[in-house]
Design a protein around this ligand. Structure first.
Ligand code: NAG
Ligand code: NAG
Ligand code: ZN
Length: 578
């Protein structure tokens, strides 16, 4: 300690109070102070009186402060808030397959590419509030169907379940309940709108493979009629009959025609989307299906921005449209926005596709937060993932030597396309009759350089691509993962806990800390105040199940083999990705 910086508690004789100084000196010297006894007594009384007064005054101030605090906390909803009383909007965001490692990967990538400082963070990072345990009713590792059923119904169910219980009976979803309570509702995704996550909010089937039936229920052909007012995403092929080019239904139903009968305004192109003026020219109900199956990965989509809208643009459009539509109503809106294909990048073990997917999701989240800040209606954004995908690790040991503490974002920055796109080019090259005359080795070297920005592809890697074309999506993913020192432990999902985010720490305080994924679902219905409606919807679904004869809208009870098949998003030359 420097001289002159003695602790404040060091007692020093005070020259301003002679009496006290004398006493302290006496204590130090051991000498009794000599003074007039009567003057000393009066001084002592005065001291006791002053001390007592000080004590009473302090106590009074403390009592007053506590009383005041108590009164303001009852009057002020900011400090004592339960769910809001009046009109409210809720935006639920899902980052499918995004675990905690995806954030370190994306943050590091963005800092590298934009030359930002080491403490620059994502929008996501700024809104972290807790995390979620994700297991399903029948597995420690969930799929997206059981994950989304936890959000929509607030119940654990089996992998493959679309808002049905472990006993295969339907459970009412928060979106159906919200619709019943007078909310306006929307779904925005980058995958097929018939895929597991969006399906769980407005459909009930016993396996996620029943995408044709899910499409039927989404447009209002299900037991409850129409529960969604706005749909933006991909998956057009499940709405088109088996007789049309571009249709992938097993039957001959034309759901686009049926949607028209239900009053839907249908759009299918970038041009139509631009006509919506980011939501200010929308007529609900709106059905926007911009791709036959999935919308391309963001890393590929940015090159064909004139064909497909981004997640951020779709989110902004939905927010504006739903907000305008509820301008004069007592109830607000409930919107689900999914960064659907973070999961697919994980399944493919494609780190470059992954960072662009997470960045696109991060931008969409910022758009939601900006909207909520500007909007007059009280609103909340809650976000989480259904599970992690890929067992991603932001470091990788490449040989027997002790590994470097490094990974290389620069390798990902040099990739211009996804490994899915690259493998697809290779597949179509192989199936084209022109390919036989071409030096395959040369073709592949150029392909890898053009799409992944990798110039040092090895002879072994090329040989592997030529000898096992079926495995090429994996081989190509490994070419970029190895060089960036990105690790993966699986092509499937993992059981790690995933993060929970919110636009308002206080309003979402029930979700602070570690939670079961079903508690996220419980929170959604609680915030919207539709718990009673969820019960009603569940009862109605069960009643309608009993009276429906012949083939049920819910589907038959699937076998274990059927369920095991349906959770994959793997790619093959024959099928492409699904
Ligand atoms: C198309 O669907 C109808 C049933 O709606 C079926 O009878 C027919 O066989 C299907 N055609 C093809 C080519 O799958
Ligand atoms: C990225 O590409 C540039 C230009 O080809 C090259 O100079 C650089 O070394 C590459 N970076 C990495 C990390 O591979
Ligand atoms: Zn998945």
């Amino acid at each position: 300690m420097a001289r002159g910086e003695e602790p404040m508690l060091t007692r020093r004789p005070s020259s301003h109070n002679d009496e006290r100084a004398t006493e302290e000196d006496a204590l130090l010297t051991g000498q009794r102070p000599h003074r007039q006894p009567s003057a000393s007594r009066w001084a002592r009384y005065r001291e006791i009186a002053l001390f007592t007064w000080g004590l009473v005054a302090t106590a009074a101030i403390i009592v007053l402060a506590v009383v005041y605090q108590h009164q303001t906390s009852e009057a002020n909803p900011e400090t004592h808030r339960e769910r809001p009383n009046g009109k409210r909007n809720l935006v639920f965001m899902v980052s499918d397959g995004m675990g905690p490692a995806s954030l370190a990967l994306t943050r590091g990538f963005r800092q590298h590419v934009n030359e930002l400082s080491w403490d620059d963070t994502l929008t996501l990072d700024k809104h972290f509030i807790g995390n979620s345990r994700t297991r399903s009713s029948n597995s420690l590792v969930t799929d997206s169907a059981a994950g989304a059923t936890a959000f929509s119904c607030g119940h654990k169910s089996y992998n493959g379940a679309i808002s049905v219980m472990p006993d295969h009976t339907p459970c009412g979803s928060v979106m159906e309940a919200a619709k019943r309570a007078g909310y306006t509702t929307g779904l925005v995704v980058t995958t097929r709108i018939t895929d597991a996550t969006p399906a769980c909010f407005a459909a009930h089937v016993r396996t996620r493979a029943m995408e044709d039936q899910i499409a039927d229920q989404l447009i209002g052909n299900g037991p409850l009629g129409r529960n969604v007012d706005l749909i933006l995403g991909g998956g057009r092929c499940h709405f088109l009959p088996n007789t049309t080019v571009g249709g992938c239904r097993a039957d001959g139903k034309d759901l686009i025609e049926k949607a028209d009968e239900h009053g839907w305004n249908y759009i299918a192109s970038r041009e139509d989307f631009d006509g919506l003026d980011l939501g200010s020219s929308v007529k609900l109900p709106l059905l926007g299906l911009f791709a036959p199956t999935d919308i391309p990965f963001e890393i590929d989509r940015r090159h064909v921005n004139d064909q497909y809208p981004s997640l951020e643009e779709m989110a902004k459009t939905a927010l504006r449209a739903l907000s305008d539509a509820t301008k004069d109503s007592d109830q607000g809106f409930f919107l689900m926005i999914e960064g659907s294909r973070i999961d697919h990048a994980g399944h493919n073990n494609d780190p470059a596709a992954q960072v662009h997917e997470v960045l696109a999701y991060d931008r969409a989240m910022q758009a939601v937060i900006d909207f909520l800040e500007d909007d007059d209606t009280e609103g909340l954004m809650v976000a989480t993932s259904d599970h992690e995908t890929g067992g991603l690790a932001t470091a990788r040991q490449l040989n027997v030597n002790y590994p470097e503490y490094l990974w290389y974002p620069g390798v990902l920055a040099n990739a211009t396309h996804s490994t899915e796109h690259t493998a697809r080019l290779y597949f179509s090259h192989l199936s084209s009759p022109k390919h036989s005359g071409v030096d395959l080795r040369k073709y592949l070297t150029t392909l890898i350089d053009d799409n992944l920005g990798i110039k040092d592809v090895t002879r072994e890697e090329i040989d592997h691509l030529i000898e096992h074309p079926v495995l090429s999506p994996w081989t190509i993913a490994d070419i970029i993962s190895k060089r960036s020192q990105t690790g993966w432990s699986t092509h499937g999902h993992t059981a790690v806990d995933v993060n929970i985010y919110s636009s308002d720490r206080h309003a979402s305080k029930k979700l602070h800390g570690n939670h079961e994924n079903t508690e996220v679902g419980e929170f959604l219905r609680w915030y919207l105040d539709v718990e009673g409606e969820v019960e009603e919807v569940t009862k109605e679904l069960k009643d309608k199940l009993e009276i429906s004869s012949g083939e049920s809208w819910l589907g038959s009870i699937p076998s274990q083999e059927e369920l095991a098949k349906v959770s994959s998003h793997l790619m093959s030359p024959q099928r492409g990705f699904d």
